[in-house]
Design a protein around this ligand. Structure first.
Ligand SMILES: Nc1ncnc2c1ncn2[C@@H]1O[C@H](COP(=O)(O)OP(=O)(O)OP(=O)(O)O)[C@@H](O)[C@H]1O
Ligand SMILES: [Mg+2]
Length: 260
């Protein structure tokens, strides 16, 4: 029975969305939960990180109304499932225009399969497009990933506006669970000052800043290069501990949400 469908979001590029989606989903699956990942970013980074078979159907085929069963698209990789994004030479404008009116498509696709999973984790592109909207309509929770810089704060307000719009028009149950600070360096004055500002920002949009901050570590890039998850690649790294702690915080919040 599904506990949460969570979208990892920020329209700013390179803030750690895909890294977080991957670490959270794998972290949940290591605890024993059944996890489905969905890669909504045409860069396909999540699909690469999870060692997907790239010679197959993709989320785009599903959203684009091909007569195709979702089971045909889901890949089973070790203990997790993935609906991948596949690098395509050309996605015609015509196709995108057709898609533009279909905000509920992903929600409908997930209707029949969501209860096969405990958690569905959706990675999104660094821009707001019809894919992001489909994710927000289908989900019940949102995690904003941010760096400690001033652009991130602007980005957070923009995400909040978009989530509010979707809440009002399409999905009343959608909630921003929190803001996760990544690539954090505790030793810089900038990071400490920005953290104070981020606490205020979180309060202003009626959410929280996660207690866990994900520290900057070369082990992230290394693990991605070697196509391993961070828990296997470097179990004792600080950043691995951070992602474990974040996963615990996430589970606690979801449980509270379910009980309330
Ligand atoms: N905690 C970290 N420490 C060091 N490097 C990190 C950390 N998290 C992510 N990175 C690196 O930062 C880069 C961007 O990360 P990632 O791809 O997760 O961001 P993204 O928000 O998904 O980017 P995009 O918007 O392009 O999809 C990657 O090279 C990744 O290896
Ligand atoms: Mg990404």
């Amino acid at each position: 029975m599904i506990k949460s469908i969570t979208v990892i979001i920020n329209q700013k590029g390179g803030v750690g969305k895909t890294t977080t989606a991957c670490a959270l989903g794998i972290g949940l699956s290591r605890i024993g939960y059944k996890v489905l990942f969905i890669d909504l970013d045409a860069q396909c980074n999540l699909s690469y990180n999870l060692n997907a078979n790239l010679d197959s159907f993709s989320i785009f085929d599903l959203l684009n109304n091909k007569p195709l069963k979702v089971e045909k698209v889901i890949q089973h990789i070790n203990n997790i499932d993935l609906i991948p994004n596949i690098p395509k030479m050309s996605v015609s404008n015509n196709n995108l225009v057709k898609l533009a009116r279909k905000k509920y498509k992903l929600k409908n696709i997930l209707k029949d399969i969501k209860d096969n999973y405990d958690y569905i984790i959706i990675d999104t592109p660094p821009s707001f497009n019809i894919f992001t909207i489909n994710a927000l309509v289908a989900a019940d929770s949102v995690i904003i990933v941010a760096l400690s810089d001033i652009f991130s704060i602007r980005g957070i307000y923009q995400v909040n506006d978009i989530v509010n719009g979707i809440q009002q028009r399409n999905n009343k149950t959608l909630k921003i669970l929190g803001i996760l600070l990544t690539k954090y360096n505790v030793h810089t004055i900038l990071n400490r000052e920005m953290t104070k500002l981020l606490y205020k920002t979180a309060k202003n949009i009626n959410t929280k800043l996660y207690n866990t901050k994900i520290r900057e570590s070369i082990h992230i890039k290394e693990s991605q290069l070697f196509k391993q998850n961070i828990y296997n690649y470097m179990p004792n790294s600080n950043v691995t501990t951070d992602y474990k702690n974040f996963t615990k915080e996430y589970i606690k919040d979801i449980n509270k949400k379910i009980i309330n």
